[in-house]
Design a protein around this ligand. Structure first.
Ligand SMILES: [Zn+2]
Length: 277
Protein backbone atom coordinates (compact mmCIF):
# COMPACT_ATOMS: atom_id res chain seq x y z
CA UNK A 1 0.00 0.00 0.00
CA UNK A 2 1.42 3.42 -0.96
CA UNK A 3 2.20 5.93 1.75
CA UNK A 4 -0.05 8.98 1.52
CA UNK A 5 0.90 12.48 2.61
CA UNK A 6 -1.46 15.25 3.61
CA UNK A 7 -1.68 18.26 5.83
CA UNK A 8 -3.75 17.28 8.84
CA UNK A 9 -5.02 18.49 12.20
CA UNK A 10 -4.91 16.06 15.12
CA UNK A 11 -8.38 15.98 16.69
CA UNK A 12 -7.92 13.55 19.57
CA UNK A 13 -6.08 10.44 20.60
CA UNK A 14 -6.75 7.50 22.88
CA UNK A 15 -4.59 4.58 23.97
CA UNK A 16 -5.11 1.08 22.67
CA UNK A 17 -3.26 -2.16 23.40
CA UNK A 18 -0.05 -1.62 25.27
CA UNK A 19 1.63 1.38 23.78
CA UNK A 20 -0.33 2.24 20.65
CA UNK A 21 -2.50 5.28 20.17
CA UNK A 22 -5.55 5.65 18.00
CA UNK A 23 -5.49 9.07 16.41
CA UNK A 24 -8.47 10.90 14.97
CA UNK A 25 -7.12 13.11 12.20
CA UNK A 26 -8.73 15.66 9.94
CA UNK A 27 -6.68 15.54 6.76
CA UNK A 28 -6.97 18.14 4.05
CA UNK A 29 -6.89 15.71 1.11
CA UNK A 30 -8.67 12.64 2.46
CA UNK A 31 -11.06 14.04 5.06
CA UNK A 32 -11.43 12.84 8.62
CA UNK A 33 -9.91 9.47 9.36
CA UNK A 34 -8.61 7.34 12.17
CA UNK A 35 -5.23 5.74 12.34
CA UNK A 36 -3.04 3.68 14.60
CA UNK A 37 0.22 5.19 15.77
CA UNK A 38 2.15 2.07 16.70
CA UNK A 39 4.20 2.26 19.88
CA UNK A 40 3.49 5.99 20.13
CA UNK A 41 3.44 5.79 23.92
CA UNK A 42 6.74 3.91 24.07
CA UNK A 43 8.75 5.86 21.55
CA UNK A 44 7.65 9.47 21.91
CA UNK A 45 10.48 10.55 19.66
CA UNK A 46 8.75 9.31 16.56
CA UNK A 47 5.84 11.68 16.90
CA UNK A 48 7.37 14.27 19.19
CA UNK A 49 4.72 16.67 20.46
CA UNK A 50 2.74 16.28 17.26
CA UNK A 51 0.03 14.13 18.85
CA UNK A 52 -1.17 17.05 20.95
CA UNK A 53 -4.78 17.74 19.89
CA UNK A 54 -5.16 20.65 17.45
CA UNK A 55 -1.61 20.33 16.13
CA UNK A 56 -1.39 21.21 12.45
CA UNK A 57 1.02 18.75 10.89
CA UNK A 58 2.12 17.02 7.76
CA UNK A 59 1.03 13.40 8.08
CA UNK A 60 2.39 10.25 6.45
CA UNK A 61 0.02 7.31 6.55
CA UNK A 62 -1.01 4.20 4.65
CA UNK A 63 -4.20 2.24 4.14
CA UNK A 64 -4.10 -1.28 5.51
CA UNK A 65 -5.79 -4.14 3.67
CA UNK A 66 -9.22 -4.91 5.10
CA UNK A 67 -8.66 -2.50 8.00
CA UNK A 68 -10.69 0.52 8.85
CA UNK A 69 -7.83 2.31 10.60
CA UNK A 70 -4.92 3.65 8.58
CA UNK A 71 -1.34 3.11 9.73
CA UNK A 72 0.03 6.45 10.88
CA UNK A 73 3.76 6.53 10.19
CA UNK A 74 4.88 10.05 10.93
CA UNK A 75 3.72 13.53 11.85
CA UNK A 76 5.77 16.64 11.27
CA UNK A 77 4.57 19.70 13.17
CA UNK A 78 3.62 22.72 11.09
CA UNK A 79 2.05 24.59 14.02
CA UNK A 80 1.53 23.44 17.57
CA UNK A 81 -1.16 24.85 19.88
CA UNK A 82 1.50 24.73 22.60
CA UNK A 83 3.53 27.43 20.87
CA UNK A 84 1.10 30.00 22.32
CA UNK A 85 0.29 30.48 26.01
CA UNK A 86 -2.30 27.93 27.10
CA UNK A 87 -5.01 28.93 29.53
CA UNK A 88 -8.41 27.46 30.41
CA UNK A 89 -10.31 29.50 27.84
CA UNK A 90 -7.96 28.61 25.01
CA UNK A 91 -7.96 24.92 25.94
CA UNK A 92 -11.76 24.87 26.06
CA UNK A 93 -11.99 26.57 22.67
CA UNK A 94 -9.51 24.12 21.10
CA UNK A 95 -11.49 21.19 22.54
CA UNK A 96 -14.64 22.65 21.05
CA UNK A 97 -13.11 22.81 17.56
CA UNK A 98 -11.98 19.19 17.91
CA UNK A 99 -15.33 17.91 19.11
CA UNK A 100 -17.35 19.76 16.46
CA UNK A 101 -15.14 18.53 13.60
CA UNK A 102 -15.03 15.00 15.01
CA UNK A 103 -18.80 14.86 15.44
CA UNK A 104 -20.04 16.63 12.33
CA UNK A 105 -17.81 15.44 9.48
CA UNK A 106 -18.27 11.99 7.96
CA UNK A 107 -15.12 9.89 7.64
CA UNK A 108 -13.10 10.00 4.43
CA UNK A 109 -14.97 12.92 2.95
CA UNK A 110 -12.51 15.71 2.04
CA UNK A 111 -13.82 19.15 3.06
CA UNK A 112 -11.29 21.69 1.95
CA UNK A 113 -13.37 24.70 3.03
CA UNK A 114 -13.79 23.31 6.55
CA UNK A 115 -10.07 22.54 6.65
CA UNK A 116 -9.19 26.11 5.69
CA UNK A 117 -11.66 27.44 8.28
CA UNK A 118 -10.07 25.31 10.99
CA UNK A 119 -6.52 26.35 10.07
CA UNK A 120 -7.50 30.02 10.06
CA UNK A 121 -9.26 29.94 13.44
CA UNK A 122 -6.38 27.97 14.95
CA UNK A 123 -4.10 30.74 13.81
CA UNK A 124 -6.40 33.36 15.31
CA UNK A 125 -6.83 31.41 18.54
CA UNK A 126 -3.08 31.48 18.95
CA UNK A 127 -2.67 35.03 17.67
CA UNK A 128 -4.63 36.52 20.56
CA UNK A 129 -1.72 35.60 22.79
CA UNK A 130 0.49 38.05 20.91
CA UNK A 131 -1.76 40.94 21.86
CA UNK A 132 0.49 42.35 24.59
CA UNK A 133 3.24 42.87 22.04
CA UNK A 134 0.84 44.47 19.62
CA UNK A 135 -0.48 46.76 22.35
CA UNK A 136 3.05 47.98 22.96
CA UNK A 137 3.66 48.51 19.27
CA UNK A 138 0.44 50.47 18.90
CA UNK A 139 1.96 53.62 20.38
CA UNK A 140 4.99 54.43 18.22
CA UNK A 141 7.09 57.11 19.79
CA UNK A 142 5.03 57.15 22.97
CA UNK A 143 6.35 56.32 26.40
CA UNK A 144 6.25 52.58 26.87
CA UNK A 145 7.27 51.89 30.42
CA UNK A 146 5.35 48.65 30.43
CA UNK A 147 5.78 47.26 26.95
CA UNK A 148 4.15 43.85 26.82
CA UNK A 149 1.91 44.58 29.76
CA UNK A 150 -1.83 44.64 29.16
CA UNK A 151 -3.46 47.76 30.49
CA UNK A 152 -6.85 47.86 32.14
CA UNK A 153 -9.68 48.49 29.71
CA UNK A 154 -7.95 46.81 26.80
CA UNK A 155 -9.34 43.58 25.41
CA UNK A 156 -8.08 40.67 27.47
CA UNK A 157 -5.39 38.66 25.79
CA UNK A 158 -5.61 34.92 25.75
CA UNK A 159 -9.36 34.75 25.36
CA UNK A 160 -10.01 33.53 21.87
CA UNK A 161 -13.67 34.48 21.75
CA UNK A 162 -13.52 36.02 18.30
CA UNK A 163 -12.09 32.88 16.73
CA UNK A 164 -14.66 30.75 18.56
CA UNK A 165 -17.52 32.95 17.33
CA UNK A 166 -16.20 32.87 13.77
CA UNK A 167 -15.74 29.10 13.80
CA UNK A 168 -19.22 28.39 15.25
CA UNK A 169 -20.95 30.63 12.77
CA UNK A 170 -19.09 29.26 9.76
CA UNK A 171 -19.53 25.63 10.80
CA UNK A 172 -23.32 26.07 10.89
CA UNK A 173 -23.09 27.68 7.46
CA UNK A 174 -20.83 24.98 5.98
CA UNK A 175 -23.02 22.22 7.45
CA UNK A 176 -25.94 23.80 5.59
CA UNK A 177 -27.71 24.73 8.83
CA UNK A 178 -27.75 28.49 8.45
CA UNK A 179 -30.52 29.96 6.31
CA UNK A 180 -30.33 33.59 5.13
CA UNK A 181 -29.86 35.56 8.35
CA UNK A 182 -30.88 38.78 6.63
CA UNK A 183 -34.54 37.74 6.56
CA UNK A 184 -37.23 36.46 8.90
CA UNK A 185 -37.76 32.72 8.55
CA UNK A 186 -41.55 33.09 8.63
CA UNK A 187 -42.42 36.18 6.59
CA UNK A 188 -39.19 36.62 4.63
CA UNK A 189 -39.11 40.33 5.42
CA UNK A 190 -35.61 41.86 5.75
CA UNK A 191 -34.52 42.04 9.38
CA UNK A 192 -33.48 45.45 10.59
CA UNK A 193 -31.15 44.59 13.44
CA UNK A 194 -33.65 45.51 16.14
CA UNK A 195 -35.89 42.82 17.61
CA UNK A 196 -34.12 39.91 15.94
CA UNK A 197 -34.61 36.63 17.74
CA UNK A 198 -33.75 32.95 17.51
CA UNK A 199 -35.54 29.89 18.78
CA UNK A 200 -34.25 26.75 20.45
CA UNK A 201 -36.46 24.66 18.19
CA UNK A 202 -35.93 26.13 14.71
CA UNK A 203 -33.21 27.23 12.31
CA UNK A 204 -32.71 30.83 11.28
CA UNK A 205 -33.81 34.16 12.70
CA UNK A 206 -37.16 35.82 13.29
CA UNK A 207 -38.59 39.34 13.17
CA UNK A 208 -40.40 40.97 16.12
CA UNK A 209 -43.76 39.89 14.78
CA UNK A 210 -42.83 36.24 14.41
CA UNK A 211 -40.80 35.86 17.54
CA UNK A 212 -42.02 32.76 19.36
CA UNK A 213 -42.68 32.53 23.07
CA UNK A 214 -39.43 30.88 24.13
CA UNK A 215 -37.22 32.88 21.77
CA UNK A 216 -33.99 34.60 22.75
CA UNK A 217 -32.95 37.98 21.44
CA UNK A 218 -29.97 38.40 19.15
CA UNK A 219 -28.38 41.80 19.77
CA UNK A 220 -27.98 44.24 16.90
CA UNK A 221 -24.19 44.08 17.31
CA UNK A 222 -24.19 40.28 17.01
CA UNK A 223 -26.54 40.30 14.04
CA UNK A 224 -24.34 42.78 12.19
CA UNK A 225 -21.22 40.92 13.27
CA UNK A 226 -22.63 37.67 11.86
CA UNK A 227 -23.30 39.25 8.49
CA UNK A 228 -19.80 40.75 8.35
CA UNK A 229 -18.20 37.47 9.43
CA UNK A 230 -19.87 35.63 6.58
CA UNK A 231 -18.18 38.01 4.14
CA UNK A 232 -14.69 38.43 5.56
CA UNK A 233 -11.77 36.32 6.78
CA UNK A 234 -11.30 35.78 10.53
CA UNK A 235 -8.17 37.94 10.45
CA UNK A 236 -10.36 40.97 9.63
CA UNK A 237 -11.75 40.95 13.17
CA UNK A 238 -8.61 40.75 15.28
CA UNK A 239 -8.16 44.48 15.62
CA UNK A 240 -11.65 44.92 17.10
CA UNK A 241 -12.17 44.90 20.86
CA UNK A 242 -13.09 41.39 22.00
CA UNK A 243 -14.34 40.56 25.42
CA UNK A 244 -15.94 37.25 26.29
CA UNK A 245 -19.34 38.95 26.31
CA UNK A 246 -19.13 40.02 22.70
CA UNK A 247 -21.00 37.69 20.37
CA UNK A 248 -22.10 35.49 23.29
CA UNK A 249 -25.71 35.41 22.03
CA UNK A 250 -24.49 34.66 18.50
CA UNK A 251 -22.43 31.73 19.82
CA UNK A 252 -25.46 30.46 21.72
CA UNK A 253 -27.57 30.66 18.54
CA UNK A 254 -25.02 28.70 16.48
CA UNK A 255 -24.40 26.17 19.25
CA UNK A 256 -28.13 25.52 19.65
CA UNK A 257 -28.35 24.99 15.89
CA UNK A 258 -25.40 22.56 15.83
CA UNK A 259 -26.64 20.60 18.84
CA UNK A 260 -30.20 20.41 17.51
CA UNK A 261 -28.95 18.81 14.29
CA UNK A 262 -26.47 16.53 16.07
CA UNK A 263 -29.29 15.57 18.44
CA UNK A 264 -26.99 15.74 21.42
CA UNK A 265 -25.11 18.15 23.63
CA UNK A 266 -21.46 18.91 22.98
CA UNK A 267 -19.33 18.19 26.06
CA UNK A 268 -16.81 20.90 25.29
CA UNK A 269 -19.62 23.48 25.11
CA UNK A 270 -20.38 22.84 28.79
CA UNK A 271 -16.79 23.69 29.68
CA UNK A 272 -17.04 26.87 27.63
CA UNK A 273 -20.29 27.79 29.33
CA UNK A 274 -18.63 27.40 32.76
CA UNK A 275 -15.97 29.88 31.61
CA UNK A 276 -18.68 32.31 30.63
CA UNK A 277 -18.07 31.81 26.91
ZN1 LIG B 1 -41.40 37.73 10.27
Amino acid sequence: MPVLISEAVVLRTWPVHEADLIVSLFTRDYGRLRGVAKAALKSRKRFGGALEPMTLARAWFAERPRQELVRLDQLEIIRSPLSAPVDHARMAVLSFYAEVIDETLPERDPQDTVFRLLVSVLEQTAAVGSEPGQAGAAKPGGAQPEAGHIQAGQPQAGQPWMALTYFSLWMTRLMGLLPDIGRCMVCGEPLGGAEVSFSVSADGLFCGLHRNGSASALSADSWQLAQRMLKAPASAFTSEPWTRKRGQDLRRFTLQTLERHLERKLKSAEALARLGG
